[in-house]
Design a protein around this ligand. Structure first.
Ligand SMILES: *[C@@H]1O[C@H](CO)[C@@H](O)[C@H](O)[C@H]1NC(C)=O
Ligand SMILES: *[C@@H]1O[C@H](CO)[C@@H](O)[C@H](O)[C@H]1NC(C)=O
Ligand SMILES: *[C@@H]1O[C@H](CO)[C@@H](O)[C@H](O)[C@H]1NC(C)=O
Ligand SMILES: *[C@@H]1O[C@H](CO)[C@@H](O)[C@H](O)[C@H]1NC(C)=O
Length: 538
């Protein structure tokens, strides 16, 4: 009887929810952002930063599931500029994705109004400038998407909610970093680590007894980071839009491009405690600290700065413990576990190996030997205007090749509604971090060594986490499942910015012959045109 009455209650919630949908139009939120250069000195040395409305980091976007975000971006820099949205799916709308393969850059002195919808999404993400090495100068900020009113969230409302953008940092100007790579070089180790744009003094204010949500994103360029707070455990609750099994951790690995939400409770004696971020898997460990400050604190930070983990096995164990809470509601009232990804037949297996080498004497990176070079025209516009000769679908193989790396504008064609398995294979000694725009995927397996079909035996086909950025450990593999339900031109890239910039990326062209608006929206009316897509060329 008890079970039955629960079901009735769930049904009523769903009904009320559907009724609320029928009468409410998805709300609009308007933003006007001015992007400028400005002096910043996060490591004590003045350098040129990229500010949004005068701020470094930029303002947070606070939104609710299905909101329309209308963001008018004015580029006051002396070079072209684009913002992209890490983790925002841009449903049916890769035209707004903000990477060069999908949009023309905003020219200096001009503006562009993005119209994004955070359709069927919740969670913690961030935005960042996608061209060149702009990301090394700032221009990033947090994105929060909260649940709609009638949808239960699997933890009590926290007393407050903090964005923590952590990342490694160089004192060198972004144009000089880019020039070093353009000249064939590699980047040195970063100079330090920042928490919300600061190398010291970042402070989290808390009141005794209360619980807070921290949304932690690694917006850096190279390094995996470990996040921890002295004498406080963190309860993991959300990963890139998915509510998790609520495990307690004393520290958390955050790889480049990843986002996590944790809850912390002010349950320790009233004083100040270290917030620590340190680099992971580096020969020299970079560390920076901030402060967790109790409102009734009687003493400044003290004691040793807590150490981070050392072993790779620790990271593997943590990664395997990050799983979906199947009974919690996601963006909709139905449970996150109601889509049974484990019983769907795979229609294609793609194995992606990262490689490196030289092209014309210069350092380059590649995927299955294909080293990506951008075309003279955004690929999505090439498709839209049916311009020939810019790229070839199939210019990157589905499997690792043993050949030398070669230059190409790599595009992998995939069928709309296919259900694909992707295995990332890393034979190098560093951690990789991969991101796919337009999608979240199930992380079904992750092991040391070489993948083989027999490796499928260890896949988690029940409660794998669904996310958009995933690490691949040194000499290891990671397997994901993707339901290709979002038509468009989507960037698959290394989040390690040097590698992305030097070719470790490609585009996944999720394609259908249908031209129905049900499957993909039309090009936005205000779309910027450039290259062979500019009016003078058509
Ligand atoms: C630039 O901003 C103006 C308003 O100031 C707006 O009307 C126009 O559509 C914007 N341009 C683009 C390309 O979005
Ligand atoms: C952290 O907790 C330990 C064990 O309870 C205690 O000895 C230590 O003093 C605490 N550290 C700080 C900075 O309060
Ligand atoms: C999963 O979510 C439910 C809410 O639907 C919550 O009651 C439960 O504690 C969560 N389970 C875990 C293990 O976090
Ligand atoms: C998957 O494939 C098997 C055999 O190839 C078939 O029997 C089964 O019905 C398929 N399952 C689904 C969900 O399509």
């Amino acid at each position: 009887m008890k079970v039955k009455s629960m079901n009735t209650r769930a049904m009523i919630t769903t009904l009320l929810f559907l009724i609320s949908l029928a009468f409410a139009e998805d709300p609009y939120r308007f933003f006007e952002w001015h992007v400028t250069y400005g002096n910043i000195s996060p490591l004590g040395v003045a350098q040129q930063g990229i500010l949004i409305n005068g701020k470094f980091p930029g303002p947070d976007i606070i939104s609710i599931t299905n909101d329309n975000l209308i963001i008018n971006v004015f580029n006051h820099l002396d070079e072209p500029f684009l913002l992209s949205w890490n983790g925002i799916r841009n449903w049916k709308n890769s035209f707004q994705d903000g990477v060069y393969g999908t949009m023309c850059p905003i020219p200096p002195g001009k503006n562009y109004t993005y119209a994004l919808q955070v359709k069927d999404q919740i969670g913690s993400f961030y935005y960042f400038p996608s061209l060149g090495f702009h990301k090394a100068a700032g221009g990033f900020g947090g994105i929060r998407i909260s649940s709609r009113a009638l949808i239960p969230v699997p933890f009590p409302t926290p007393a407050d909610d903090y964005t923590l953008l952590v990342g490694d940092w160089y004192k060198t100007n972004h144009k000089d970093l880019k020039a070093q790579l353009d000249n064939g070089g590699k980047l040195p180790l970063p100079d330090g680590i920042l928490i919300n744009g600061r190398s010291s003094g970042a402070t989290l204010n808390i009141e005794p007894g209360k619980t807070y949500r921290l949304r932690i994103s690694n917006v850096g360029l190279q390094n995996s980071l470990n996040f921890r707070i002295q004498n406080h455990t963190m309860k993991l609750v959300e990963v890139e839009g998915r509510y998790t099994i609520q495990n307690l951790f004393s520290s958390l690995d955050v790889h480049v491009g990843q986002s996590y939400s944790v809850l912390i409770t002010a349950d320790q004696p009233a004083k100040d405690y270290y917030v620590v971020v340190s680099s992971r898997f580096t020969s020299k460990i970079l560390t920076t600290t901030g402060v967790l400050h109790y409102s009734n604190s009687v003493a400044p930070v003290s004691g040793p700065i807590p150490d981070g983990p050392i072993k790779l096995s620790w990271s593997f164990n943590q990664a395997r413990a990050i799983r979906t809470n199947l009974t919690a509601s996601g963006p909709r009232p139905n449970p996150q576990g109601s889509y049974r990804y484990g019983v769907i037949n795979i229609t294609r297996t793609i194995r992606l190996a990262n490689n490196l080498g030289h092209i014309e004497g210069k350092q380059r990176y590649a995927v299955n030997s294909a080293s990506f070079y951008p075309a003279d025209t955004p690929l999505k516009l090439v498709d839209y205007f049916k311009i020939d000769g810019v790229y070839k679908p199939g210019s990157i193989s589905d499997q690792p090749t043993n050949g030398a790396i070669f230059p190409t504008t790599s595009v992998m064609q995939a069928d709309f509604r296919a259900f694909v398995e992707v295995i990332f294979e890393n034979s190098e000694d560093i951690v990789q971090s991969w991101h796919l725009d337009g999608y979240s995927f199930y992380v079904v397996g992750m092991e040391l060594g070489k993948w083989s079909p027999a490796s499928r035996k260890v896949y988690n086909l029940n409660d794998a986490i669904l996310r958009c950025t995933i690490q691949v450990y040194p000499r290891s593999w990671t397997a994901i499942y993707i339901a290709l339900d979002n038509v468009g031109m989507w960037n698959m890239r290394s989040e390690i910015w040097e590698r992305q910039y030097l070719g470790q990326q490609f585009y996944m062209r999720v394609y259908t012959t249908s031209t129905s608006l049900r499957d993909e929206y039309l090009i936005p009316k205000n779309a910027l045109l450039c290259g062979r897509a500019s009016s003078s060329h058509r």
